[in-house]
Design a protein around this ligand. Sequence first.
Ligand code: SF4
Length: 304
Amino acid sequence: MTLATTEPITMVSPKTVVLAKHHGFCHGVKKAVDKTIDAGELQRQAEGRPVYVLGQLIHNPQMIAKLAEDGINTVENLDDVPDGAMVVIRTHGSTPELVDAAKARGIAVQDATCPDVRLVQNKAIELAEDGYTVVIAGKDNHPEVIGIRAHAARIPNAHIVAINKIADIPEALKDVPKRRIGVVSQTTQLEDNFFDMVRALSMVAKELKVFNTICPATFFRQNSAQDLARDVDVMVVIGGKNSSNTTHLAETSEDVGTPAIHVETYAELEGNAIIASAKNIGVTAGASTPQFLVDEVVNYLKAL
Ligand code: SF4
């Protein structure tokens, strides 16, 4: 939404500011951030090691900058981590081979894999051990799927494929046994797509075992943003402009006809005419948005 306006700004005051029931960090991201901050604390102590995060810990530039201020740097590759340092594995998880390679170089591993992602890895291993061809309903090149596949691939004679849409099923299954198929889902898979794929697979396999491992955190945030949007004049959605789950929250609010303003910090709201003229303002934040940014926005709006 464009913030600029040439109209004179009419301030309505006082305002009612309501926060969505489900907003901000999900439990997996919170744990990962806490673990990373703890690692940074260790680093500051004399015996600490330099700390690196492998890939962006969360899609939030302010949080990444805050971590960098504390000497916690983001790198894209294990080769960029010096021997003897500490590396944080983010919520998506990693491959067991990467953890082995780190340990072989004396790199300490702080594993911040989300417990929900760990569950998918374990279910995929279980299916491979029981002799099922494992189908991961997800994007083949997504880091989470790469990790799930790599964990299950450690089981001898395992067959594992990742499929993200029905049309890809025939090609993906052409070289693997199809009689017994076990399914898990990438945690961010869309429910409708997952159920459509399960239905299609049930027509291929003689025996189909399904674990619905979709994480409800995103769904909860979208639902409560939409519920709130119905009752307010405008929604303020806080989170990284590079965060797709935050962008979806803004779209969800607009879907019910309420304008949504997506900001990273409260400063972007200064002088905004829509905010000035609104009586009831709803606020929500993506699963990767830290609480301090939410508090700053709410305090700013309440002070208008
Ligand atoms: S969205 Fe779900 S799976 Fe992803 S980090 Fe959060 S709790 Fe874990």
